[in-house]
Design a protein around this ligand. Structure first.
Ligand code: NAI
Length: 330
């Protein structure tokens, strides 16, 4: 039996994670959940939103499913998400963006995998105040980090039957840093002759994405472009309630939705569990449980096709009614 860390979060976290745990159970797959509390609710008792026991649990189990946690503002706490990425060296941020049945958006046939480098670029935090009127941020790109993220993107493409990996940069202007990323991509691509190569500048990509998104397959990007483009792609498929994500490293992986803890709808039984459920489906594929991943995905699609959905998608189903419908199909 798989043992997996479950961070059930705060805000709407517990509501949607209970729904997802029940759905996975109904699929017939037995998972031994190692439940770990984190976030705002544990600060008072443990003095930090991310106690060491949570990290220890992920290190033991290697895989975690994470519901959102609130980042306290102005109290000097590092974001739990940033800390997890750093401490576990989760270098790849994976964001599959695919249309769902009955979720109305501007485009059909969007099926894009965004692979974002998660550890360097302008996020390395190398900034300085030169004087009162001048500040500098250093963009760091290394061959090592570029190599592993490009390899990750190509490996993902091969494993998931994808046809093309497109490298996104601004190498015409940042000739050294983005140039290094692009050069590394070209070298890695040589090892994957079965996958089509494509190169695009990030500004052109943004225009193409809002005009004709279905031309794109897998995108691989340095950290900052990846951050912005992955939110753009989430918007293409219906927004926060359906946007899934994962942070993956060589040793560990944490699967989580893109959205936050939604304190405005906490405890009202109307949160959409789809983003966390899609993250869990991706997690099941990652641990080799493709059969159950597909079974749950089909049940989710059938529920959406039948018109049952939560208020964020224009429906009137509660979190419980929505998940019960998936469970009944399973
Ligand atoms: P948010 O994503 O929590 O909410 C934005 C809006 O989307 C709200 O109106 C909310 O009701 C709605 N929404 C979000 N998820 C939904 C769902 N599953 N179903 C239905 N409606 C949903 O963003 P916000 O308000 O900026 O952040 C709240 C807290 O969450 C903050 O403390 C923030 O730091 C934290 N956060 C945590 C993340 C994580 O743990 N990965 C990611 C983003 C934010």
């Amino acid at each position: 039996m798989h043992k997996i860390t479950l961070i059930n979060g705060d805000g709407i976290g517990p509501e949607i994670s209970n729904a997802v745990v029940d759905i996975i159970k109904a699929s017939g797959l037995d998972i031994d959940w190692d439940i770990q509390t984190a976030g705002a609710d544990v600060i008072e008792t443990e003095g930090t939103p991310l106690p060491q026991r949570v990290l220890d649990s992920i290190k033991r189990n290697k895989v975690a499913l994470k519901a959102p946690v609130t980042t306290p503002i102005g109290k000097g706490f590092r974001s739990v998400n940033v800390q997890l990425r750093k401490d576990l060296d989760l270098y790849a941020n994976l964001r599959p963006c695919k249309n769902l049945p009955n979720v109305k958006t501007r485009f059909d046939n969007v099926d894009i995998i965004v692979v974002r480098e998660n550890t360097e670029d302008l996020y390395a935090g190398v900034e300085r105040q030169v004087d009162a009127d001048k500040a500098e941020s250093i963009k760091i790109i290394t061959r090592k980090a570029s190599n592993r993220i490009c390899r990750f993107a190509f490996d993902y493409a091969v494993k998931n039957g994808r046809k093309e990996v497109c490298c996104v940069t601004k190498a015409n202007i940042m000739k050294l840093s983005d140039g290094l990323f692009l050069d590394t991509y070209r070298n890695v691509a040589k090892d994957y002759p079965q996958i089509k190569q494509r190169e695009i500048l990030v500004d052109n990509l943004c225009m193409q994405l809002v005009q004709n998104p279905s031309q794109f397959d897998v995108l691989v990007l340095p950290n900052l472009y990846g951050d912005i483009v992955s939110d753009l792609c989430a918007g293409l498929i219906g927004g926060l309630g359906v946007a899934q994500g994962a942070n993956i490293g060589l040793d560990y992986a944490v699967f989580e939705p893109v959205h936050g803890s939604a304190p405005d709808i906490k405890g009202q039984n109307k949160a959409n569990p789809t983003a966390l459920l899609l993250s869990a489906i991706e997690m099941l594929k990652y641990i080799g449980e493709d059969f159950y991943a597909e079974k749950i995905e089909k049940a989710l699609y059938k529920t959406l096709e039948s018109g049952i959905c939560t208020p964020d998608l224009g429906g009137n189903a509660t979190t419980t009614e929505f998940s019960k419908s998936i469970i009944n199909i399973l």
